[in-house]
Design a protein around this ligand. Structure first.
Ligand code: GLY
Length: 202
């Protein structure tokens, strides 16, 4: 009956249920944030971005994981600090079911990383799983999702969206809007770092 709670009343709910509170902000991150706050307006959300190299300065660190066991039971998880320099109160894609993560035992699983607003706007993970449920392979489903992102938004050089997906019969793939994303596969042996099978703007 409580799918998603946010803000101070979520804290109160956690306290009422005996969940331990702790400060997760690292000292170095706090120092960077205080310096950024001195130089910017609180409503600014643009991440520090190097126009020369096109690289973001530590804006994203979302990790998504999909797993399947030998009985075919699927699971998924994602973890994020959100987006650096976000406005207070922002809720990103990661905690919202179907946006940053979706697992349906009959259709498959998907998880996304990158700019939460682009991912949320088209319910990316749900879309990928739904497409696989209708017969698309993981790579076809990811490709269609990324094309939907690209055609729905004015994509700028600092935007990135990447996704991994898996079917209930263990087919999997990854894709990204642009280069720079890699993923890890662990299957019967040492973990392998892989390049995505599809990059929209390579
Ligand atoms: N993908 C993490 C976020 O934008 O919050």
């Amino acid at each position: 009956s409580h799918t998603l709670l946010a803000g101070h009343l979520a804290d109160a709910f956690a306290d009422a249920h005996g969940l331990e509170s702790s400060d997760l902000l690292a000292r170095t991150s706090k120092e960077k944030w205080l310096k950024w706050k001195e130089e910017h307006q609180p409503t600014e959300t643009l991440a520090p971005y190097d126009t020369g190299t096109g690289k973001l300065f530590g804006n994203h660190d979302t990790i998504g994981t999909l797993a399947i066991d030998t009985c075919g039971t699927m699971a998924g998880a994602c973890s994020t600090s959100g987006m650096a320099w976000k406005v207070p109160g922002r809720v990103g894609d990661s905690p919202i079911i179907g946006h940053g993560l979706y697992v349906d035992p009959k259709r498959g699983a998907a998880t996304a990383t990158g700019h939460g607003e682009l991912i949320s706007g088209i319910c990316s993970s749900f879309l990928v799983v739904e497409l696989m449920g209708r017969g698309a392979t993981p790579i076809e489903a990811i490709q269609e999702m990324l094309q939907r992102v690209a055609s729905s938004y004015e994509i700028t050089p600092e935007h990135q969206v990447a996704c991994i997906a898996m079917t209930p019969d263990s087919q999997f793939a990854a894709g990204a809007l642009r280069a720079g994303f890699s993923y890890v596969v662990y299957q019967d042996g040492p973990a392998k770092v892989m390049n995505p099978e599809f990059v929209l703007n390579s």
